[in-house]
Structures are given as C-alpha cells and as structure tokens.
Ligand binder design. Structure first.
Ligand SMILES: Cc1cc2nc3c(=O)[nH]c(=O)nc-3n(C[C@H](O)[C@H](O)[C@H](O)COP(=O)(O)O)c2cc1C
Length: 358
C-alpha cells in the first residue's frame, strides 16, 4: 500500500512508521510491540548505563526478532562557567525555598560527551539493526565503524542546513523534526527556544535538499498526519507523543492524565529544565523562566539543578514545576495497545490515501 518504500527497504520493515526513541518513556515492551506490528520500535538510550542498556536490549530481543533502533545523544561534554552556574543558582533559589528544598547545589557533576568511545564499543558489541542520533552525528571515523558493522544510521535535523550536514556525514536517513514535536529539539547546537520550523514547511525543503530517505517527525499522530507527511515527500514518519498513551509505554500516571485532557496550547519550548530546548507541558516555572531568560548551565548538567524542583514529592504535588515532555498533537492520542495503534495508523492512512486519489 505504501507509495514510497525507500524507508521500508532501508530498515527492512513493513510499514514506514517509527516509534520515536523516548528516553525514559519508550520501554522494551513498546519497542518490541511496534516492531512486531511491522514498524520500527526504538529505545532512547541516552540516559542508560551499560547494564541497563544490555538488559533493555535483551528484553527487546526476547519480544521480537524484527529490526529495532537504539538512540543516543551527540553533544559535547558540558563546560559551564562559574559565573553562569552562580547566576542559575540565584535564579532557582526562590523556587527551592518555595518548595522547602534548601538551596540548589553549588557545583555540577562532571560529565563527558553524549556519545563517547565506551558507548561506541557497547553499540558495536550489541549490533542493533538501526542506530539513530539526536543533536547531531558523531565524527566520520565513528560513522564508518558503525556502518562497517552493518548498522543502519539515522539522525535528526531541525533545519535544511542540518539535513545537508547529516547527508554529508554518511548516514542513511534524515529525520526532519518540526516545531510541533514533543521532547528535545534535535538541533545540532543549542538554539533559542523561540526558533523552529514547522513540520509542513520543513519536510519538503529537506526532501529537496538531500537525496536520502526523509522521515517526518512532529505533530503526526494519526493517518491524516502520515498521509500528509507522505504527500510532502517523506518516506516515513517518526511518532513520539502518539505512542505515549499506549499501554506498553513507560508514561507515568500524571502525564497520562495530562495527555487525556491536553489541548493544542498545552505545551511550549524551553531550555529551563535541561539546558537545551525541549517541548514540554507549560507551567508557571517554564513561563517565568522564558519571560526573563538568563544563560543556563550546559546540557545536560542543568538537570542537576532542576531535578529537585520536579522530582521530589513536594514538587510533584505543586505541579508548578512539573516536567512533562509531549508535543502539540497530544489531544489526538488514543489509549490502546501499540499493536492496535499501529493497525489504526495503517488503516487510516490507507483510507486517506484512497480518498485523495479517488
Ligand atoms: C517523551 C519524549 C521523549 C523523547 N526523547 C527522545 C530521545 O530520547 N531521543 C530522540 O531522538 N528523540 C526524542 N524525542 C523526540 C522524538 O524523537 C520525536 O522527534 C518527536 O516525538 C516527534 O514529535 P511528536 O511527539 O509530535 O510525535 C522525544 C519525544 C518525546 C515526546
């Protein structure tokens, strides 16, 4: 039924639907169910330690013998200046006091780059069928090693210039992530949270700019969105938010409830949680931080300062500081098993394509 099979052929899947890798929310059960349904299941591995990653892959492999995707962040080691850290601590102090959390820590954890040699060795040992990157791509030697071992590579672009850079790097497919997307913007350098290109404008420009299969991401949650992406020249779609309400997703009860009552205006883009722009639930904290922007510690070390605000019990009860990643299309979500959602997505797309061609 698919008019464009480039992505299916590249990834060896039946349907050009990728379940987005969502660190913390995409479980091995979700990934395996999507792959079994003919799509590509993905795991967001950015925050996983070695044992956790091995264990997660073991579970995916126990659940499916079809292709799956492991996703990693590519970013430099954070290097925050003492002045920026001091200013951020001052900025957050009143929030800490409001929640009776004392004072923010005065230091940041030492962290290396996102995708380092240890991660490369791990991936080469696991040999997943597909690896995708967010925030850029590793250097040419790393790309060459991964490709030599037969792994298909994808990465995200949020602009045409980034898509061109990805095509030149030797990767196999470009994920064009529009402004509507939930989660972190995959921009290759940290960007102002006000900057972004919408999916409908971005996808055809990326298709024109690169010769590779293009995967549309951002705001796609049903067959109408998939048919639209295909009409724009995409060879497939990557859906994140739409899978957050699946039974198999790792979405917590609070976020499931929020998504159930979500509106198109629920979210905004801010770097106030992690140090990089991400589309999240709009709260008092995100609004206040964006209204008066100040330099923040580098991604991902900013998490060390903000996690007490949203991760502790007093913070959870307040809701003013809640950290929930999801996108603008959340009101289209359906609470189904991943297999049922996949069946719906495929039949809806078929129906829309049929209507458009009749
Ligand atoms: C909860 C959540 C977590 C995400 N985590 C990641 C991640 O770890 N790696 C990644 O490449 N993309 C991540 N994304 C972005 C997705 O890959 C994708 O671009 C986005 O979900 C598409 O837009 P949509 O949410 O409107 O479907 C995340 C998205 C969400 C909603």
């Amino acid at each position: 039924m698919w008019p464009n099979r480039r992505l299916c052929d590249l990834l060896k899947i039946e349907h050009p639907i990728i379940q987005a890798p969502m660190a913390g929310s995409a479980t091995p059960q979700l990934a395996a169910a999507v792959s079994n349904a003919g799509g590509l299941g993905s795991l967001g591995c950015a925050e996983m330690m070695q044992d956790e990653l091995h264990n997660a892959v073991l579970h995916v492999r126990a659940g499916t013998n079809r292709p799956f995707n492991l996703n990693f962040f590519v970013h430099p080691a954070p290097k925050t200046s003492p002045a920026v850290l001091a200013r951020a601590v001052d900025r957050l102090l009143p929030y800490y006091q409001e929640l009776s959390l004392g004072a923010p820590r005065g230091d940041l954890p030492q962290m290396g780059p996102g995708f380092d040699d240890a991660k490369l060795e791990l991936v080469l040992a696991i040999r997943p069928p597909v690896v995708s990157f967010h925030f850029g791509v590793p250097g040419t030697a790393v790309i060459a090693k991964l490709k030599e071992s037969g792994i298909v590579l994808m990465s995200t672009a949020t602009t045409v210039a980034e898509a061109r850079k990805l095509a030149a790097s030797g990767i196999d497919a470009v994920i064009a992530q529009g402004w509507e997307a939930g989660g972190h913007r995959g921009s290759h350098v940290p960007t102002d949270p006000g900057d972004g290109v919408g999916t409908i404008a971005l996808v055809p420009q990326v298709v024109d700019a690169v010769g590779l299969p293009v995967v549309a991401a951002g705001g796609i949650a049903d067959g109408r969105g998939i048919a639209a992406a295909l009409a724009l020249g995409a060879s497939g779609v990557q859906i994140g938010t739409g899978f957050l309400s699946c039974h198999e997703a790792g979405t917590d009860a609070a976020r499931r409830a929020l998504i159930r009552s979500a509106t198109d205006m629920d979210t905004m883009v801010t770097d106030a949680f992690s140090g990089r722009a991400a589309r999240v639930k709009r709260t008092r904290y995100t609004l206040e931080m964006e209204r008066k922007r100040t330099p923040l510690p580098d991604f991902p070390s900013m998490y060390a300062l903000t996690s007490p605000l949203w991760g502790t019990e007093s913070a959870t009860q307040s809701k003013d500081f809640a950290f929930h990643l999801y996108g603008q299309a959340a009101p289209l979500n359906r609470e189904l098993s991943a297999a049922e959602l996949m069946r719906n997505l495929i039949s809806e797309t078929n129906e829309v394509l049929g209507l458009l061609s009749s």
